[in-house]
Design a protein around this ligand. Structure first.
Ligand code: B12
Length: 229
C-alpha cells in the first residue's frame, strides 16, 4: 500500500529538519559561525517556524555538544564557542522577525499596464512579497494609466511593480509611471518582463528586475533608500 501524500510531505519535512540539524551541529563542532548561519537561514527559507528551529535544530545540536564535552571529546573552549555561535544565531532569528514586521508597514501595488494580459510573473511577485511580510495589492492585467494613478492616490503604495511582456511594453510602462508620479510623488517602481527594452533603464526610484526572485531584495532597497531621504 502506498503512502498518503500528507505522510510523504511530513516525512520530507522531517528529513529536511534532520539534514539542517546535522549541518548546524557540524558547524558548531567546526566552530564555523558562517556555516551555522547558513544552516539557520536555509531553515528559515524552508519555512521552519522559530519554534521548530529552536526545538529541532539548535537545541539538539547543543545537547550533542554537551554529550561530547561530558565524554571528554571536546574542550570547555569548544563548548563555549558552540554556545556563542548559537546565541548569535538567535539574534539572526530576531532580526528576521523584525524585518518581516517592518515590511508589514509598507504597501507594494502590482499591475500590468494598458493592453498587457500576461500576469503570471506578477502573481509570482505578489506571492513572494506577501511571503516576505509585505502588504501587497494586486490590480491585475490591462490597467489603464488613469485608473492606476487613481488607485495609487487612494492606496499610497511605497512601491509599484509593473510587468511588460508584449512588444512596446516599455512605452506603456513609462506612461503608467508618468501618470502615477503625478498622483503619488512618493512612490518608487520595480519593472520587469521580456517586453522591456533599453528605453526603460534603472535610475533613482526605478529598479529593473530580470527575475521574480530578485523582487524582495529590490523592494527592500528602494524602501531603505526612501527612508534615508
Ligand atoms: C501564458 C501566455 C499567454 C496567456 C496569458 C495569461 C495570463 N493570465 O497571464 C494569454 C493566453 C492570455 C496570452 C495572450 C497573448 N499572448 Co501570450 N503568452 C503566454 C506564454 C505562453 C507564457 C507567459 C508566461 O506566463 N511566462 C511565465 C512567466 C513567469 O515568465 P515571464 O513572463 O517571462 O517573466 C519572467 C521575467 O520576465 C520576470 N518578470 C516579468 N515581469 C516581471 C515583473 C516584476 C515586477 C519582476 C520583479 C519580474 C518580472 O520574471 C519572470 C522570470 O523570473 C508566452 C510564451 C513565452 N515565451 O513567454 C506567450 C507570449 C508572451 N504571448 C505572446 C503573444 C503574441 C500573445 C497574444 C498577442 C496572442 C494572440 N495573438 O492573441 C495574446 C495577447 C496578450 C496581451 N495583449 O497581453 C508572445 C509575445 C511576443 C511579444 N513579445 O510580442 C509570446 C512570447 C508567445 C510567442 N512565442 O509568440 N498569452
Amino acid at each position: 500500500m502506498g503512502h498518503r501524500p500528507d505522510n510523504d510531505s511530513r516525512e520530507a519535512h522531517e528529513a529536511r529538519i534532520s539534514e539542517l540539524g546535522r549541518a548546524f551541529a557540524n558547524a558548531l563542532f567546526a566552530g564555523d559561525e558562517a556555516a551555522a548561519q547558513i544552516a539557520i537561514r536555509e531553515a528559515m527559507d524552508a519555512k521552519l517556524t522559530t519554534a521548530e528551529i529552536d526545538d529541532e535544530v539548535i537545541a539538539p545540536a547543543l545537547w550533542l555538544v554537551g554529550d561530547r564535552w561530558e565524554r571528554g571529546e571536546i574542550s570547555v573552549a569548544d563548548e563555549h564557542i558552540a554556545t556563542e555561535i548559537s546565541l548569535r544565531v538567535l539574534a539572526l532569528q530576531r532580526e528576521a522577525a523584525r524585518l518581516a514586521r517592518a515590511r508589514r508597514n509598507h504597501l507594494v501595488m502590482l499591475a500590468a499596464p494598458c493592453g498587457e494580459l500576461h500576469v503570471v510573473a506578477l502573481r509570482m511577485v505578489h506571492n513572494l512579497l506577501r511571503e516576505a511580510g509585505y502588504d501587497a495589492l494586486m490590480l491585475g492585467a490591462d490597467v489603464p494609466p488613469g485608473a492606476l494613478a487613481h488607485a495609487a492616490q487612494r492606496h499610497r503604495p511605497d512601491v509599484l511593480c509593473l510587468s511588460a511582456t508584449m512588444a512596446g511594453g516599455s512605452d506603456q510602462v513609462l506612461v503608467a509611471i508618468h501618470e502615477v508620479q503625478q498622483a503619488c510623488p512618493g512612490a518608487t517602481y520595480i519593472v520587469g518582463g521580456r517586453g522591456l527594452t533599453s528605453r526603460l533603464h534603472a535610475r533613482a526610484g526605478i529598479a529593473v528586475c530580470e527575475r521574480v526572485s530578485d523582487v524582495v531584495e529590490s523592494v527592500d532597497a528602494l524602501i531603505k533608500r526612501a527612508d534615508l531621504n
